[in-house]
Design a protein around this ligand. Structure first.
Ligand SMILES: [Zn+2]
Ligand SMILES: [Zn+2]
Length: 120
């Protein structure tokens, strides 16, 4: 397997992705939108260029909820898993918990957004 290829998907497996290339900006976020999107107090994120993410599951492209004027939140419409944020620009944010393997060093969160609302 190519070392710079990352696979993952939702709880039911209907939505699967392969992200290729170099992951950018691994970070955690505890903003209200991430909390409501996932039900979790903190999400771990990593970003990829939009054109380097392929959606290979039976369900194809994830369902979208328009969450701001520049981005949509992605989810599986079968099991409800939160999958990420797909910007109108060139970036996709993927949620680390969906990755089959998230323990490599380049995926480890380096910064923290909205730390006041992180769990203590
Ligand atoms: Zn699913
Ligand atoms: Zn957030």
């Amino acid at each position: 397997m190519d070392i710079s290829e990352y696979r993952g998907g939702c709880l039911c497996g209907n939505i699967r992705f392969i992200a290729a290339g170099t992951p950018n900006n691994p970070h955690t976020c505890s903003c209200t939108m991430c909390q409501k999107h996932s039900g979790a107090l903190t999400l771990c994120w990593v970003e990829f260029p939009k054109d380097s993410v392929r959606w290979i599951g039976k369900g194809g492209f994830p369902s979208l909820y328009r969450s701001s004027d520049y981005s949509s939140r992605a989810f599986c419409n079968h099991c409800g898993s939160s999958l990420g944020a797909i910007d109108d620009g060139s970036t996709i944010g993927l949620i680390l918990g969906n990755f089959d393997n998230y323990e490599s060093e380049e995926l480890t969160p380096l910064s923290h957004s909205y730390p006041p609302s992180q769990p203590k």
